[in-house]
Design a protein around this ligand. Sequence first.
Ligand code: DLL
Length: 442
Amino acid sequence: MGHMNMAEQVDLKSRDYLCREELEALQLKRLKEIAAHAFNNVEFYRNKFKEFNVSVDDIKSLKDISKLPFTVKTDLRDNYPFGLFAVPQEEILRVHASSGTTGKPIVVGYNQHDLEVWGEVVARSFIAAGLNKSDKIQVSYGYGLFTGGLGAHYGAETLGAMVVPTSVGNTDRQIMLMNDFGANAICCTPSYFTFIIEKAKSMGIDLKSLPLRAGIFGAEPWTLEMRHQIEVEAGIKAYDIYGLSEIIGPGVAIECECQDGLHVFEDHFYPEIIDPDTLEVLPDGEVGELVLTTLTKQAMPMIRYRTRDITSIKTEKCACGRTLRRINRISSRSDDMMIIKGVNVFPSQIEAALLAVDGTLPYYNIILFKDKGMDNIEVAVEVRPELFSDKVSVLEALQAKLTHSVESVTGLRIKVKLVAPNTIIRSEGKAKRVLDHRYLSN
Ligand code: DLL
C-alpha cells in the first residue's frame, strides 16, 4: 500500500485493458473461489445453496452463476450485525454501515485484503478520471460509517495523490481550502457540489479560475442535465462514480474520459442484469436491475446481490481502450418509482425536465400527496435570483415552460411551483428530493 511509483501506477491501469478471454478466465477462477469461500464460511450461504440444490462444482462457466441464489438487503438486516462475515472477527479491520430509512442499518466488514482491493479500485477510478499521483484530491464525502469519505481517501492515497480530507460540511472553509491548496479534483455528491458552486459565487470565488479540473461525483442519481450545469458553471469535467456499501463502497464502476457509461471493475465485481419480476438474466443491452457478485472480497462476500439499481450493460468497445464493460448511468432505483394516475414516474425524469429549461436552479422537491384518494405529485423548483425579482409575466412564462417540459417527459400534467432562491434545503450528502406527504392529510 502507500504511495506508488510510476511503474506500479502503470500496472494498476493495465488491469483495465486485459483481453476479454484473459479477463473471463480470471473471473471464472475467482467466482469458483468466492462461491466456495462463501459456502464454507457463511451459514447463510450454505443454507441458501442447499435450498437451491446447487454446489460450487456446478459452476463450470461464467453463465453458471445464474444457478446461484440471489442475496437481498433484508438478508443483511436479518444477519445483523456480523452474521455474513466469512472470516474470524479478529481479521476484520474495518466496518462501515449504511442506514436504512427504518430500523437497524446494514453492516459491512473488510479485512486487510479487502481494504487493499478497495484502495485499488478507487485508485483505478481516479486514473480513469484522468488523475495521477501529482494531483491534489479533496475528499468532501462524509467520513464515518458512510463509505464515501474513507473509500475515496484510501483510493487517493493508493494512487499516491495528496489527499485533502475535508469531509462534508463547513462549506465556506471547503472553498477557502480548495482555493488556497489548489485542489485538482473534488469528490462529493453531485448535489453537494451544486451547493459548493452557489457558495463559491457568494464568496466571490470563481471556480473556473482554480486548478480544479475534475469532480468525482456519485452516491446518488444525477442526470446529464445536472452534469451539464455543473461542468459549465465550475469549468471542470464531472465524472460519475458508482458503488454501494454491500459490494465495497465507491469504486465499483466509473466513467472514463469518454463519459459514456461507467466501466465496471469486472476483475473484482461481476455484473448481471435481471428482470426484477421474473428474475431472469437479461441479455446485454436490456434494461433491468443490476446484480453484482464480489469476486475477491474475503470478509463479506456477496453472491448475486440485488442492488435495486436500474441500468443496462453496454458491450460496444469504449474509445478509451479499456476492455471493462460499461453500465449506463444509474438513473433510478426500482424502489424510487412513483405511480401517478397509473403512470410510472421516476424522479430523474423530473430532474431532467426541470433542468432542461433555462432559468432554474438545481434545487427542487417532488412532493407526493393524496388527491381524492389517489397518489399525486407536485414539483417545487428554485428560480435563478435574477429572474425571481423580475416581472410576474416572466415568472409565468417560465412556469408554463417548466410545466410543458415536465408534461412532455412524463406524459402527466404536473403542477410546477416556482419558489424563491434559498428556500429548498441544501444537501451535503445524498439529497432527499422526494417528500412524501401522502399520510399527512386525510
Ligand atoms: O453511496 C457508495 C458511494 C459513495 C458511491 C461515494 C459513489 C460515491 P450506499 O450509501 O450504500 O453507498 O448507497 C448505494 O447509492 O445502490 C445507488 O442507488 C446509489 N448510488 C451510488 N452511486 C450512484 C451513482 C454509496 N453514481 C446506493 N448514480 C446505490 C446513481 C448511485 N446512484
